[in-house]
Design a protein around this ligand. Sequence first.
Ligand code: KG4
Ligand code: ZN
Length: 343
Amino acid sequence: MQTKENDVLILAIESSCDETAAAVVKNGREVLSNIISSQIDLHTLYGGVVPELASRKHIEKINQVISQALSEAGATLSDLTAVGVTYGPGLVGALLVGVAEAKAIAFARNLPLVGVHHIEGHICANFIEHRELEPPFLCLVVSGGHTHLVMMKDYGEFEIIGRTRDDAAGEAFDKVARAIGLGYPGGPKIDRAAREGDPHAIPFTQPHIEGSPYDFSFSGLKSAVLNYLNHAQMTGQKVNPADLAASFQAAVVNALVSRAMLAAEEYQVDRLVLAGGVASNSSLRESMKKACAKRGYRVYYPSPVFCTDNAAMIGVAAYYEYQKGVRAGWDLNAVPNLKLGER
Ligand code: KG4
Ligand code: ZN
């Protein structure tokens, strides 16, 4: 591996949910390796993530994943400048595996340790492929656990301007997919099924939250889908799963795009960034592109592999925090409900 003396090489570790991941990132935006060991097959058996099993799988895989990340990057522990790790939010047992591993490596090698907020990582995933992108911008973070409209004012500086009142967008995708019988994880399956369906077949509506124009609510929509299925079953009507998937997806996408456009206008930004697992949804990408083109805004989103959980995005976020002088102590702990912008 070719490095210059002042290159910053970060080993990043991510284990907040059901992917055990490690990456080596050079100077903030150059991903030298990005290894992801997915537990999807394990959790599919139960229809969702089982926290206890996730932790056990992380502990089994983490050393392998890190060795592979170093060897693919052509690096050894002696080449590293710092170690970055997700310490929240997420499943506590799962986070602890990554945090303990990162502490052990940093302590043994006398390296600085940087704790990273998982959502900051998702947002920073955009810097990998869009070298010209710099804050400030408006970001729509849509993952399995979070739905936020966030102003990224500067590196490491965020203002949350809207959030979900109940379910996250990805959670709604997963629950509805399970109800239709598409399986886990639901997002990609609904995305695929919806391509064959009519988004106008079933008129699902989205609630407007009085006094909070940028907030979201998806649990009512999920209940509407379940009611629709129950009613069809009781009256012996046949359900077209593709139409149902397409109509549900259209309602989610409309809610996301309309609030993002409202916020962009109010906050006078002309750059919109998507992040998180649901950012790989094809309909969301298309609708956001159209809405932004109409208003002359630029839209950015990562490739699918950088949308869902990965450690490269954690390495990018860790780099900017490292440059700002942020260091974690040896008492770094997992914080399952860590708030964005808090330390
Ligand atoms: O960001 P992520 O990997 O994990 C969290 O931090 O939560 O997001 C996972 C979520 C899951 O709910 C999954 O169903 C959803 O992202 N997802 C999608 C698509 N791909 C993944 N949702 C809609 N359309 C997709 N193509
Ligand atoms: Zn995530």
